[in-house]
Design a protein around this ligand. Structure first.
Ligand code: AMP
Length: 305
């Protein structure tokens, strides 16, 4: 089952306590595609400028991604500059340059218009809506966003949220969106906007899935070395959605397994800068770490006493 994604394809300049990189490949759609393409065919919608490295395009194509929806236009690629301090859960945005995204409007190839799964990765909510308006019959639509858009385009964002099944955001953003300190209350309010499922990402503390009837917690994998948390959220989405694309959306248990796949893939993504670790990642690596997740979360039922 193929997956349609729209999101940023970027060059990032990032500083963490463990190193600094300038204008490396990033972007929500890039991380997502690098991860999800290990499970399913990904059709990518986005835009890059002339400065985007050709070898990264070649890598995504080798992974089987369809890039007919990725426009290449004169100008500079979207650029994000961020810094993390020792609290790696909080990204400090130093600069956002939309560049070629400022005038971009998605024009979906005919073959992209009836996807089973759509992922609206973090990008201008007006662009997310333009993509949603061009597709029909999707079984699952998932939206991710960030504080930048909650602050600058909240009305547009609320409109797209009301049209998707699943919303994913980090903890601070969920609270910010509805102005509630209690995460449970924030989750209830976000679900009342329309989606059936809310996934709250808690960085090194894992991720939580909220539905009308329940709550499921996936831990994060305990890592000794984290180099760069950028892209963890999009890689999580790649594992989560990739697994559902492969196994089917309908099964309740698949959603839980998908949460673990998301956590597993995100745990690899942060081990190196940019998409480097995802480039080398294999399904065998994922399988092995999935089993370790089972071990660290297993506990027995109460005895009869
Ligand atoms: P995350 O998974 O949240 O760490 O996403 C990281 C990626 O988001 C980076 O590679 C950035 O290029 C990208 N990004 C940062 N700010 C924005 C924005 N305002 N819109 C879209 N993408 C962004």
């Amino acid at each position: 089952m193929s997956v349609l994604v729209v999101g940023s394809v970027a060059l990032d300049s990032i500083e963490t306590p463990f190193g600094k990189v300038e204008r490396v490949v990033g972007g929500s759609a890039t991380y997502f595609t690098s991860a999800a393409s290990l499970y399913a065919k990904v059709n990518l919608v986005g835009v890059v400028g002339e400065d985007f490295p050709r070898d990264s395009i070649a890598f995504l194509q080798e992974r089987g991604a369809d890039l007919r929806g990725l426009q290449m236009v004169p100008g500079r690629t979207f650029h994000w500059q961020g810094r993390y301090d020792f609290d790696l859960n909080t990204a400090h945005t130093l600069d956002t340059q939309l560049n070629v995204f400022a005038t971009f409007h998605p024009e979906l190839p005919q073959e992209y218009r009836k996807p089973r799964i759509v992922f609206l990765a973090n990008i201008d909510p007006d662009l997310q809506m333009e993509v949603l308006d061009q597709v029909e019959g999707a079984q699952l639509s998932v939206l991710d966003t960030m504080n930048f858009w909650i602050t600058s385009k909240k009305d547009s964002l609320l409109k797209v949220i009301s049209r998707v099944n699943v919303v994913a955001m980090n903890e601070a953003e969920a609270r910010q969106l509805v102005g509630s300190y209690s995460l449970l209350r924030a989750a209830r309010e976000i679900l009342s906007l329309g989606p059936d499922v809310l996934i709250v990402k808690k960085g090194e503390y894992g991720a939580v899935m909220f539905t009308e009837s329940g709550y499921f917690v996936a831990p994060a994998y305990p890592l000794e070395t984290v180099k760069d948390p950028t892209g963890a959220g999009d890689s999580f989405a790649g594992g989560f959605i990739g697994y559902l694309a492969e196994q089917g959306v309908g099964e309740h248990l698949n959603m839980r397994r998908a949460m673990i796949h998301g956590s597993v893939v995100a745990s690899f993504a942060v081990e190196d800068f940019s998409i480097e670790r995802l480039r080398r990642l294999t399904r065998a690596d994922i399988q092995a770490r999935y089993r370790e997740f089972q071990n660290i979360t297993y506990f027995e039922a109460l005895g009869s006493d």
